[in-house]
Write a protein that binds this ligand. Structure first.
Ligand code: AHR
Length: 479
């Protein structure tokens, strides 16, 4: 068995790992918001004010420090006034090519109540595509104003006295596509108008501008260069789409997915370069990776893959491979914690790379849920540099063993598809946990959840510890 050595370096830490890097995303799409989170008054399923109790408890334990809502593409069709008060219209819910009946039962009060229940900071995505600056200004006023305006009195009448003080506001979503088909210069002009008017309503809010690919980012940021005081965060999305089928994948597919996850780092550093050049030291703009995750071909109608046809509700298999990709992503986020201001996994229940799945009265946790939980020790901590020696390589030449470390402990990933690797590191770690599976395509389900963290066997060798990590597995060591 190969032996890899991990060294945790004490100088030049990457920065502090903000809780916002452990954010999530709930869109009115498929069975994410309705069903996964909100069930209304379903007597069959225990709930708190219409939200599934089992899911609430899982979200608290995950944890869920930040939650973005209501989209996604849905946001640019959403009119927030439809979702307040007693008499709510039934609309066409539209996102990603789906049309559904939208009862608006889950609106602003309900979403912000959910955030309070699970301890999440809310992040609201405004409507640019079919909305107006006035509509967004009114939403900010409704949520955050204290003066007794008509909107604030309406909020009181609807049951909320105190302003919520929502800090994070997205100015549209993917406005290069579903959010209005803008070109980058036109969007930048819209952004300037929306952000200025919105900030007049509440100068304390943080606004998120919409980014896209290299060309868009260059041009959009260039157009915003004299208005960077209105850009607090710059949104980019990264879906990992090159891993073949969700469960029937080859070794090449397996490694291609992990490679793609790793390359998110290059995209972050490229975007950082554009932002730094444009702001020229006047302001630090954070990068909001406010949609990320694995998107398998069974759940999309575009991009590479053997079956490019949507399964209708954007659900997909969530296997052990996806959990390893999650760990690769989290390691990138920790290394980039000085540039990234938030990251939101897409999506929180039932849709795409979901940590939580539901089906009727059943709820289960995917391997990705546990991958996130095995990293939670690092939230709020200093991200340390780590070096790995002696590890076998992956086909792209990178190390099979990777790790992230902070004063909260160490989380180690064995990315290799076939090799168990022994790992040695200095330190006084007495115990830890291991997340492993019988196969890289194994998953949990409503009837059986074999993939859960198990106690890790730690052996001691002088001032060092040794652990064995099976292929496609994660381990944590407690300080
Ligand atoms: O997460 C699904 C969709 O992916 C979102 O609605 C959109 O923003 C992105 O294209």
């Amino acid at each position: 068995m190969m032996l890899a050595t991990i060294t945790i370096l004490n100088d030049e830490p990457y920065g502090t790992i903000s809780p916002r890097l452990y954010g999530h995303f709930a869109e009115h799409l498929g069975r994410c918001c309705y069903d996964g989170l909100f069930i209304g008054a379903d007597p069959e399923i225990p709930n708190i004010d219409g939200f599934r109790l089992d899911v609430i408890e899982a979200l608290r334990a995950m944890p869920t420090p930040l939650l973005r809502w209501p989209g996604g593409c849905y946001a640019d069709h959403y009119h927030w006034k439809d979702g307040i008060g007693c008499d709510r219209p039934v609309r066409l819910g539209m996102s990603c090519g789906l049309q559904v009946l939208d009862t608006n039962e889950l609106g602003t009060h309900e979403f912000l109540h959910l955030c309070e229940l699970i301890g999440a900071e809310p992040y609201l995505a405004g409507n640019v595509g079919s909305g107006s600056p006035e509509e967004l200004c009114h939403w900010v006023e409704y949520c955050n104003a204290a003066l007794p305006t008509s909107l604030v009195k309406q909020r009181h009448a609807n049951g909320r006295q105190e302003p919520w003080g929502v800090k994070l506001w997205g100015i549209g979503n993917e406005n290069w596509g579903c959010g209005g088909n803008y070109d980058p210069e036109s969007y930048a002009l819209e952004y300037r108008r929306y952000s200025l008017m919105t900030q007049h309503v509440d100068p304390s809010i943080e606004m998120v501008a919409c980014g896209h690919d290299t060309d868009w980012n260059k041009r959009c940021i260039d157009k915003l260069r004299n208005h960077m005081n209105f850009v607090d965060h710059y949104s980019i999305h990264r879906y990992w789409i090159n891993g073949g089928h969700g469960t029937e994948f080859s070794a090449d597919d397996y490694y291609a997915l992990l490679d793609e996850a790793e390359k998110t780092e290059d995209f972050i550093t490229e975007t950082r370069g554009f932002l730094e050049e444009a702001s020229n030291g006047r302001k630090k703009v954070g990068i909001a990776l406010d949609e990320w995750g694995v998107w398998h071909p069974e759940a999309r109608t575009w991009g590479p893959g053997p079956t490019a046809s949507s399964n209708g509700d954007y659900s997909q298999a969530c296997t052990m491979r996806d959990a390893v990709a999650t760990a690769v992503g989290l390691e990138v986020f920790h290394r980039q914690c000085d540039s990234l201001s938030m990251a939101n996994l897409a999506q929180i229940t039932n849709v795409l790379h979901a940590p939580i799945m539901t089906d009727g009265t059943s709820m289960w946790l995917t391997p990705t849920y546990y991958a996130l939980q095995m990293h939670k020790r690092h939230i709020g901590q200093t991200a340390c540099r780590v070096s790995v020696d002696g590890s076998p390589s992956l086909p792209n030449g990178t190390s099979a063993i990777s790790a992230t470390a902070s004063p909260g402990g160490v989380t180690i990933t064995n990315r290799h598809l076939t090799e168990t690797i022994e790992v040695s590191l200095a330190g006084i770690y007495t115990d830890g946990t291991l997340l492993t599976a019988s196969a890289a395509n194994a998953q949990n389900s409503a009837s059986s959840s074999p993939i859960t963290p198990q106690p890790l066997t730690v052996s001691h060798d002088g001032g060092r510890v040794r652990i064995k990590i099976p292929p496609f597995s994660l381990a944590t060591l407690n300080p």
